[in-house]
Design a protein around this ligand. Sequence first.
Ligand code: HEC
Ligand code: HEC
Ligand code: HEC
Ligand code: HEC
Ligand code: HEC
Length: 168
Amino acid sequence: MRFKRAVRAVVVATLASILAACGGGEQAQQPIAFPHKIHAGDNHIPCMYCHSSADKSIDAGIPAVSVCAGCHFPGGVPLIAADKPEVQKVLSYWRAGEPIPWVRIHRLPDYVHFPHMMHIHAGLQCQECHGPVQDEMQVTQFASLRMGWCISCHRKKDVRTDCFVCHH
Ligand code: HEC
Ligand code: HEC
Ligand code: HEC
Ligand code: HEC
Ligand code: HEC
């Protein structure tokens, strides 16, 4: 009996991991299922409320746990959806004083220079490069991020395209 149960456990675990691998497709497995649609879509939270350095720095930035806490459980007091399992996970990171280990989706090679702030200052919308993030439960890479993609927009907008703009 015990043997049978052990075999069944192994079979179930194997099936679960195969399903997870297929269902995941190209998407990264994040430590918390963070829904952009609920935040930036349904609740109209501006992109830069969370990605607050996009207009000031090279990186757009990923919000710290304290930003999540500020809405969901300010000072540890339950406020928004604090009883939901995924928000409970956020609470554990916050209590432990640990950052959430988000898996990075976009990654240009180190020899490419991409300053977010220059693009935001030029009046580009996040969606031109990242797609309709406000409609997505899980964010994915929208543009190819290949050199030809950068250069074709630079040409269209009359921006420099000499090699040293992006490689230095
Ligand atoms: C409430 C906070 C919040 C808001 C509002 C928000 N984001 Fe995010 N965003 C996150 C978090 C947390 C992550 C990391 C987890 C993930 O990838 O889903 C992230 C990840 C991303 C990524 C992928 C980063 C990577 O790893 O490459 C992009 C692109 C992005 N957000 C764009 C946007 C855009 C565009 C908007 C507005 C339409 C927006 N976000 C609104 C919190 C937010
Ligand atoms: C500006 C306020 C605000 C911030 C900041 C914020 N959230 Fe939320 N979040 C909400 C609201 C509003 C909802 C929808 C609650 C509802 O419909 O009951 C929500 C829903 C969620 C849900 C879905 C809960 C469920 O299962 O129904 C998760 C998960 C979540 N937030 C995680 C995060 C994480 C992680 C962060 C930080 C990166 C964050 N939130 C930052 C306001 C915020
Ligand atoms: C002109 C195209 C473009 C625009 C406009 C743009 N991004 Fe990005 N974004 C990128 C590229 C390219 C990367 C990858 C950068 C890298 O890997 O160094 C990226 C990466 C990110 C990341 C990953 C983490 C980081 O800090 O790099 C986040 C989050 C993000 N963008 C959010 C936003 C938000 C929010 C906006 C609007 C306020 C925005 N982006 C506007 C092209 C763009
Ligand atoms: C959708 C259009 C668009 C895309 C896509 C785009 N850019 Fe740009 N880029 C611009 C605009 C507009 C400016 C602003 C020029 C200015 O302010 O004078 C700019 C400016 C820059 C600058 C600063 C130029 C300077 O004069 O110092 C760099 C570097 C840059 N982009 C790199 C990249 C890289 C690398 C990519 C691809 C990963 C990329 N861009 C994709 C439109 C784009
Ligand atoms: C507007 C930004 C931009 C400009 C201008 C630019 N590049 Fe690039 N380059 C990129 C990006 C982004 C990548 C990485 C993605 C890729 O390989 O397509 C890249 C990759 C490369 C690579 C590596 C390709 C590979 O397959 O490994 C070489 C070599 C290169 N660039 C040379 C150049 C030369 C030479 C020039 C000038 C004629 C130039 N680049 C101008 C953005 C740019």
